[in-house]
Design a protein around this ligand. Structure first.
Ligand code: ATP
Length: 454
């Protein structure tokens, strides 16, 4: 591995790979793009589906204490009054008087404009509300104003009673949701790290107040374990507890899972202790009690909430950064490779005939048909085999199956390993099992819950 790979790829490298191979495109590129908006291509959507499915599996399907919902994106504006977003969801905005760049005051270092380098020449700071506004219905007056949700979390609070009563879940239990959120972000420089439209995966875990700090610790460990499962290098992840000054007034503890990007440590996921703030606010604004009746204690309880919240887009970017490497092979050749864990790679297996030979192609297609029901599989017979290996390396496909002239005689194929480039020969009838075994071996090691120090 060369120095550049060890230091991590630059943002430009990742943006270029993402576009060249079809992970992420600038949105509306034929019209010159649109600031901070991106469209996901064929490989990007496969990764996003995997990320969402793995989260849903870990957070909902594998557990008896968490259920899912999908709430409306455009909802009653009273929700945002109660949650405080209309009054307080602001970023401090300033303009550089030299180059007119719009900047977030809390992201300026040493009083210097990051765009033009001018020191100390800014407008007064003003508060900029991040809610994206829209109009509903045919009459454009004040009463028609609505907002696109800036987080999915409120959907869980406003449905607390419905979900608790229909599922009869006892405390502690959680409600999870995956969906788009919208924020009118001021600065959007870092590709899909921060966009105005993004997808969140959030879970509100309702628990007894006296247990809430223990649950906060529990979720810090579980969420770290999930990132290990995605294959993100443990050295590039850290937990950072918010300082008392950073904490929201209602929060007893908040921790971020941070990632080391090329530009420094950045938030990947927030794990917040929200106390009873949200249920209290919605109870006040809606006039509904929003308490939980505890049949054992025979009393009404206002639960506390612990919330792990993360963005799908930010995970995808993190995976690309973390997996990227430029390597020099033994024969002196250079290759770019994404060392993605199989579960998050766009494809698990590629089927490649040695060439577009009339004898090889039908056999290769038969092999493709045999394994496609079992694995995310790509078939590729364009260009030379060497270039096709390079392409599969560059998009992170862990295993390639090659159909060559010997296959016609022995009904066997070669499995090539992306990371070691070792090859083994396997009879076609045994191929699905052999691939499954190998993919299983490639799964990242995930420590037990109790082995994680937080
Ligand atoms: P920041 O301080 O970076 O603006 P935040 O602390 O306001 O973010 P949260 O409200 O805690 O973010 O959102 C939870 C998660 O949602 C973040 O950790 C991140 O993964 C994701 N997220 C938030 N805003 C964006 C955005 N504009 N683009 C992409 N992902 C986002």
């Amino acid at each position: 591995m060369n120095d550049a790979a060890e230091a991590g790829a630059t943002l430009e490298t990742i943006v270029s790979l993402a576009k060249r191979r079809g992970f992420v495109f600038p949105s509306a590129e034929i019209y010159g793009g649109f600031a901070a908006a991106y469209d996901y291509g064929p490989l990007g959507v496969e990764m996003r589906r995997q990320i969402r499915d793995l989260w849903w599996q870990a957070m909902v399907r594998d557990r008896n204490d968490i259920v899912g919902i999908e709430a409306a994106i455009i909802t009653n504006p009273r929700v945002w009054q109660a949650s405080g977003h209309l009054d307080t969801f602001h970023d401090p905005l300033i303009d550089c008087l030299n180059c007119q760049a719009r900047l977030r005051a809390d992201q300026i270092e040493d009083n210097t404009c990051p765009e033009c380098g001018t020191v100390g020449r800014f407008t007064e700071q003003r508060e900029f509300n991040l809610m994206l506004r829209t109009q509903v219905g045919p009459v454009e007056d004040e009463s028609a104003t609505a907002y696109l949700r800036p987080e999915t979390a409120q959907g869980m609070f406003i449905n607390f009673e419905n979900v608790q009563q229909t599922t009869r879940k006892r405390l502690p239990f959680g409600i999870a949701q995956i969906g788009k959120s919208f924020r009118n972000e001021i600065t959007t420089k870092q590709f899909i790290f921060r966009t105005r439209e993004f997808e969140q995966m959030e879970m509100e875990f309702f628990c007894y107040p006296e247990d809430s700090l223990d649950w906060h610790t529990y979720w810090k460990k579980e969420r770290l374990r999930w990132y290990y499962r995605l294959g993100i290098h443990p050295d590039r992840l850290r937990l950072r507890d918010h300082t008392p000054e950073e904490l929201s007034h209602y929060s007893k503890a908040t921790s971020d899972i941070e990632v080391q990007y090329r530009w420094g440590w950045g938030e990947l996921e927030g794990i917040a202790h929200r106390g009873d703030f949200d249920l209290t606010q919605h109870a006040r604004f809606s006039g509904k009690a929003l308490t939980y009746f505890d049949p054992d204690r025979n009393e009404h309880i206002l639960p506390h909430v612990v919330e792990p919240a993360v963005g799908v887009d930010r995970i995808l970017l993190t995976l690309l950064f973390d997996a990227y490497a430029e390597e020099t092979l033994e024969n002196g050749e250079q290759r770019t490779v994404l060392h993605l864990a199989p579960e998050v790679a766009p494809a698990e297996v590629a089927v490649l005939p040695l060439s577009r030979n009339d004898q090889l192609v039908p056999t290769a297609k038969r092999v493709y048909d045999v394994i496609r029901p079992h694995f995310r599989t790509q078939y590729d017979d364009a260009q030379s085999i060497g270039r096709r290996y390079r392409r599969q390396d560059e998009i992170g496909t862990p295993l390639a199956v090659t159909v060559d002239f010997e296959t016609i005689d022995d009904d066997a194929v070669t499995i090539r390993d992306r990371d070691t480039m070792e090859q083994i020969r396997v009879p076609i009838p045994e191929l699905p099992d052999a691939l499954r075994r190998r993919l299983e071996e490639l799964r990242p090691h995930v420590p037990d819950h109790d082995e994680i120090a937080v």
